[in-house]
Design a protein around this ligand. Structure first.
Ligand SMILES: *Cc1c(COP(=O)(O)O)cnc(C)c1O
Length: 372
């Protein structure tokens, strides 16, 4: 068996020790005589798995006690609708920072539901190569929350700061604190995070958490009672929090695998500080190789270069196809850029080992020597 290096943007690489453990436990989970997939979500065995996963996540991110942790379905994209439905019941507008494709989709969904929206900041003038600075953010007078995308997975633009100016949010002109809502799908768990700076955090699992089918939401207690009246029951943060994310059948196997990833981060990696250092090293190496080459380039402002998703283009587009074909031949998978932007993209999530980045850099240098 050979496991190639997988640079896919999502569903993404999973840590080999996690897959091995899942394999070992697949048919007979810890002597219970059945698979986790076949268990009742209400069984003591699964409830223990679910609780342990939440406890480990809380420990990794040092989640304060006044935040609920929800394990939901629907992907990050469903949060584009669930966030406004849960937070705009008392009126006010949804405010957005627009730094790429995902943030744009979030804004469009809120608008489609008929909510008032306001663009509070944008990187459009720089063609999404540089994030707005704190001083450029202009909230609406009736802002109910500010939504932003910490790391734009497609464009490869990552905020270098949390755009809040105090615990949980930003000040509006009238002095009210506007909670910060963050789509952290592609950078959660890549390093330590001060959760107290946010009102709501959400992330689809398939990048840094686990397999597809699970969505993680962290929501501060005081935001649980701002929902709209006609919200579907399954979309209500409060109802989900009170039911332990089990109003209906949750994605049990994905939840279990996420739990194994949290344990891997704690035990094998040594926590998020250690993960942070590894991720910085991986990204720094690859950007240095790109910047030092005459064939490859990346347009993002230095302060906003994503550590998780590194897009790059070749000076001659005609080399794209041979580059991808030869990369695959060399066991370097999924380097093709998003269909909306083209070029290449190497996603360097937690489970992508440093050796994968080294192999990619060697391949790129060799390719440039032969074809550049
Ligand atoms: C992948 C991604 C999404 C979409 O996630 P789904 O789970 O497929 O809905 C949204 N936002 C960001 C930042 C992403 O990286």
């Amino acid at each position: 068996m050979t496991r190639h290096y997988n640079f896919c943007a999502g569903p993404a690489a999973l840590p080999a020790p996690v897959l091995e453990r899942a394999r070992d436990e697949l048919l007979d989970y810890q002597g219970r005589g059945l698979s986790v997939m076949e268990m009742s979500h209400r069984s003591p065995e699964f409830v223990a798995i679910a609780k342990q996963a939440e406890a480990d996540l809380r420990e990794l991110l040092a989640v304060p006690d006044d935040y609920r942790v929800l394990f939901l379905q629907g992907g990050a994209s469903l949060q584009f609708s669930m966030v406004p439905m849960n937070l705009l019941g008392n009126g006010g507008s949804a405010n957005f920072l627009y730094t790429g494709i995902w943030g744009k989709k979030a804004l469009a969904e809120a608008k489609k539901l008929g909510f008032a929206t306001h663009l509070a900041g944008s990187s459009e003038a720089s063609r999404h190569t540089e994030a707005p600075q704190r001083a450029d953010i202009e909230l609406a007078a009736d802002a109910a929350y500010l939504h932003y995308t910490a790391n734009e997975t497609i464009g490869g633009l990552e905020f270098d700061y949390v755009p809040g100016d105090e615990e949980g949010g930003l000040h509006r002109d009238d002095g009210k604190v506007v909670p910060l809502v963050c789509d952290l799908s592609s950078s959660i768990l890549s390093g330590p995070l001060d959760v107290s700076k946010f009102g709501v955090i959400y992330a689809g699992a398939q990048k840094n958490i686990g397999p597809a089918g699970l969505t993680l939401v962290l929501v501060r207690d005081d935001l649980l009672d701002r929902r709209c009246e006609r919200i579907p029951g399954l979309f209500e943060y409060r109802a989900m929090a009170e039911a332990g994310s089990m109003i209906n059948t949750p994605p049990t196997f994905a939840w279990y695998l996420a739990g194994l990833v949290f344990q891997w981060l704690k035990r094998d990696i040594g926590g998020l500080e250690a993960m942070d250092a590894i991720n910085s090293r991986k990204a720094a190496k690859l950007y240095a190789a790109i910047d030092g080459s005459g064939l490859f380039s990346n347009p993002i402002a230095l302060r906003n270069r994503s550590r998780m998703n590194v897009p790059f283009v070749l000076a001659d587009e005609r080399l794209d196809k041979p580059f991808l074909a030869e990369a695959e031949e060399a066991g370097l998978l999924n380097l093709k850029g998003h269909r909306s932007v083209g070029g290449m993209r190497a996603s360097l999530y937690n489970a992508v080992p440093e050796a994968a980045v080294d192999a990619l850099i060697d391949f790129m240098a060799d390719f440039e020597k032969r074809r550049g």
